[in-house]
Design a protein around this ligand. Structure first.
Ligand code: SF4
Length: 470
C-alpha cells in the first residue's frame, strides 16, 4: 500500500461537537485482529500452526519476530476487566506456570531456530509485575537463549503501579524492558471502589516518574472513560494530573461494558454507569485537552507527543498496526506464549489453550499448546489490507488495493462505497473516484469506518435482521 505523508490539522479536531459522538457512538472495535477471535476454529490446530511455521522456515515468509508473553495472574480482580486473568498470588501456582512457560519458550525457539530475530517483545496479562524481578529476569534469559534480540528493539511490559511502590523501574530496565504500559482508570476513590481497584494517585505518578528516571523510551498511560460513578469533573481531574506528568503516549478508551462476555463485569452495578452523553463529554474533553497539551492523535485512541517515534512514523507514512496496536517496526510474525495468548504467522492467526490444565498437558507432551485459529480467506485479506490503509495512513487508494489483489475495487466494494456516503456527508471522509481519505474528524471514528468493511459484522447484522423479520 502506498505510504503517504500525513499532517495533523489539530485545530479542526478542536471544533468537534457531541453531535458526531451521538451519531457514531464513543466505542468501536479496534481491529487489531481481523477476523476476530469469535471466528477462530478448532480445526486450526497445532499441525496447521506448524505448517505456517514451516513456510516461514522455508523462506516463504521472512519477517522479524515479535514475542507476546502472557502472565495471567493478578493480585485482585478489577470489576471492569476484560482480560484472561487468574486471581492468585500463590507462589507455587505462579512458579509452576513459569516452569511451563519456560518450556513453551524453548519449544517455540526450537521450531524457529534458523530465524529467531526478535525486534519486539510484549509482556502482558493479567499482571506481569506480579512476578518478582528474578522471575522476570529468568524469563528474559530464556528468551535470549532461544531467540536473537535485535537492539534497539521495543521491549514492553504492562505495569501495575500498585505493585511498584517498593520496587524500581530501573530493575525492569536492567532486565531489558524499555517501554512501560501503565494502566490508570480514575484517581477518584468512589470510581475506584466501584471497579474494585484502589490505586492511589501517588502510586501512579511515582511509577511514571520512576520509568522516566530509568530511561524508558516509551511510557504509555492507559485511561478509561465511562466507568461507574465517573463524572466529567472527576475524569478532568485525573486527565489533568496525567497530562502534567507528561507520559509520551496516552491510550484513551471508552469502557466496554459487556457483562455477558466478561464475568468480572457482572460485579458492576449498571445503575452507576454514566449516561452516554456524559461519556461523550468526557471523550471530547479528553481529546481537546490532549491536543492542547501538544499530543498528536495517531489513530485508534492512541495519542503521542510530537517527538515520539510513533508521531514521526505517522508523518513519514511508516506506521504499522497489529496485535499490539501501533508500531514503528516492520510487519512481524507474532509468537504468542502463555495461556490464552494470541499470535500470528504470516496471515494466519492462532490462540493458545485458555484452560491452564490443557495448556500444561500440551506442553507436558512437548506439543505447542495451540487451541484454535484461522487461516484467512482471500476476502479476509483484502478487507484486512483496506483497514490497515485506513488505520495507518488515513487514505485508501483503490488502485493500490488492485495492485495486490485481483479485484476491481469499485465493483468489489460497491455496497461499502455506497454506505461510505453517509460518512462523507458527516464530514468524516472525502470520497472520489480513486480514493477514500479520512478527515481529521474522521480519524476519531476510524473504527466505525473500518466497520463498513467488516464482512463478519455485516453478515451478523443481516442474520439478526432476518430473524427479526421471521
Ligand atoms: S484489569 Fe488488569 S489487573 Fe485488573 S484484573 Fe484485569 S488483568 Fe488483572
Amino acid at each position: 500500500m502506498r505510504p503517504l505523508s500525513f499532517s495533523q490539522p489539530s485545530s479542526n479536531l478542536l471544533t468537534i461537537n457531541s453531535d458526531l459522538f451521538r451519531c457514531f457512538g464513543t466505542d468501536s472495535a479496534d481491529y487489531r485482529i481481523y477476523p476476530a477471535t469469535d471466528y477462530f476454529i478448532e480445526a486450526f490446530d497445532v499441525h496447521t500452526y506448524l505448517a505456517w511455521l514451516g513456510r516461514r522456515k522455508s523462506g516463504y515468509l521472512r519477517r522479524p519476530l515479535s514475542l507476546y508473553v502472557h502472565i495471567p495472574f493478578c493480585s485482585s480482580l478489577c470489576y471492569f476487566c476484560h482480560c484472561n486473568q487468574i486471581v492468585s498470588q500463590d507462589s507455587d501456582t505462579i512458579e509452576n506456570y513459569l516452569n511451563y512457560l519456560s518450556r513453551e519458550i524453548r519449544l517455540q525457539g526450537r521450531y524457529l531456530k534458523n530465524d529467531p530475530r526478535v525486534e519486539q517483545i510484549y509482556f502482558g496479562g493479567g499482571t506481569p509485575t506480579v512476578l518478582e524481578e528474578p522471575q522476570l529476569h529468568s524469563l528474559m534469559q530464556d528468551i535470549r537463549q532461544h531467540f536473537n534480540l535485535i537492539e534497539p528493539g521495543e521491549f514492553s511490559i504492562e505495569i501495575d503501579s500498585r505493585l511498584m511502590a517498593n520496587r524500581s523501574m530501573q530493575a525492569l530496565k536492567e532486565i531489558g524492558f524499555n517501554s512501560a504500559i501503565i494502566g490508570v482508570q480514575d484517581f477518584d476513590r468512589s470510581v475506584q471502589q466501584s471497579i474494585h481497584r484502589n490505586q492511589t494517585e501517588e502510586e501512579t505518578l511515582h511509577a511514571i516518574r520512576d520509568a522516566r528516571l530509568a530511561g524508558f523510551k516509551t511510557i504509555r498511560v492507559e485511561l478509561i472513560f465511562g466507568l461507574p460513578n465517573q463524572t466529567v469533573e472527576k475524569f478532568a481531574y485525573t486527565l489533568g494530573k496525567i497530562i502534567a506528568s507528561s507520559p509520551n503516549q496516552i491510550y484513551l478508551t471508552n469502557y466496554n461494558y459487556s457483562p455477558e462476555k466478561f464475568k468480572a463485569q457482572r460485579h458492576i452495578d449498571q445503575t452507576n454507569l454514566p449516561a452516554s452523553e456524559t461519556s461523550q463529554e468526557m471523550q471530547i474533553l479528553a481529546i481537546n485537552q490532549l491536543l492542547e497539551a501538544g499530543y498528536v492523535h495517531i489513530g485508534m485512541n492512541y495519542y503521542a507527543q510530537k517527538d515520539h517515534s510513533l508521531t514521526q512514523a505517522q508523518r513519514q507514512g511508516r506506521l504499522h498496526y497489529g496485535l499490539q496496536g501501533y508500531s514503528v517496526y516492520p510487519e512481524s510474525d507474532h509468537i504468542a506464549m502463555g495461556v490464552s495468548a494470541i499470535g500470528s504467522i504470516g496471515p494466519a492467526l492462532s490462540q493458545n489453550h485458555c484452560d491452564l490444565s490443557k495448556y500444561y498437558d500440551s506442553i507436558e507432551r512437548d506439543i505447542l499448546p495451540v487451541m484454535r485459529g484461522i487461516e484467512p480467506s482471500a476476502d479476509d485479506l483484502v478487507r484486512r489490507s483496506v483497514m490497515q490503509a485506513l488505520i495507518c495512513h488515513s487514505v485508501l487508494i483503490f488502485e493500490s488495493v488492485e495492485t495486490f489483489f485481483p479485484i476491481d475495487f469499485k465493483r468489489y466494494f460497491a455496497t461499502e462505497l455506497q454506505e461510505l456516503l453517509f460518512y462523507e456527508r458527516a464530514g468524516l471522509i472525502t470520497l472520489d473516484d480513486e480514493e477514500v481519505t479520512v478527515t481529521p474528524k474522521g480519524q476519531l471514528f476510524i473504527g466505525n469506518i473500518c466497520k463498513v468493511f467488516d464482512k463478519y459484522l455485516r453478515n451478523r447484522r443481516q442474520r439478526l435482521n432476518h430473524s427479526t423479520l421471521i
